[in-house]
Write a protein that binds this ligand. Structure first.
Ligand SMILES: [Ca+2]
Ligand SMILES: [Ca+2]
Length: 168
């Protein structure tokens, strides 16, 4: 009898752990240990998106920081699973110093694969470019639907959906 009670308790504990497996606050998706909020319902420029994320998370969050390849892949799969087909703003910018990409917490944005998109030039088919390729005209980090949700530098006034993360 005691054994049964104990196993029941263990089962309950396991279930509780499972349901609490999402370690994120209500309204956030846990993807590879990150707590994320996809705001597919609103579209705005990068500056407004940065402010939006701070406000909607009561200062707990910011426009998303994505610095692990597995997290980026998890995000792309999530967008695909929910058939969102939208481009999202991330918290990276090189507006202060061209080429020096920083997240909102001032840490460095990683370069190269598997983060930034690679694309062939539209006119010169043999030419392959790595993003970021927009120079001073593109200073904000977009998770670009047209680039299969890899990083792309974009004009900050472009309108896209905020992707917020908990500050970590
Ligand atoms: Ca730039
Ligand atoms: Ca670009």
């Amino acid at each position: 009898m005691k054994m049964l009670d104990k196993s029941k308790l263990l089962l309950l504990a396991a279930l509780a752990e499972f349901s609490l497996g999402n370690n994120c606050p209500t309204g956030f998706e846990e993807i590879n240990g990150y707590c994320l909020q996809f705001h597919a319902e609103v579209r705005m420029n990068w500056y407004d998106a940065a402010e939006f994320c701070v406000n909607i998370t009561n200062g707990l969050g910011m426009l998303a920081k994505v610095d692990h390849g597995n997290t980026l892949r998890g995000i792309a799969e999530f967008i695909d699973d929910f058939d969102m087909k939208k481009s999202f703003w991330l918290g990276g910018s090189d507006e202060s110093v061209e080429g020096d990409w920083r997240w909102r917490d001032d840490t460095r944005v990683p370069f190269g694969t598997p983060f930034w998109a690679i694309h062939s030039g539209l006119l010169v088919i043999s030419a392959w470019d790595h993003e970021p390729s927009g120079g001073k005209g593109e200073n904000c980090l977009l998770l670009n639907e047209e680039r299969l949700y890899y990083f792309d530098d974009e004009d900050c006034s472009h309108k896209a959906h905020p992707l917020c993360s908990i500050y970590q």
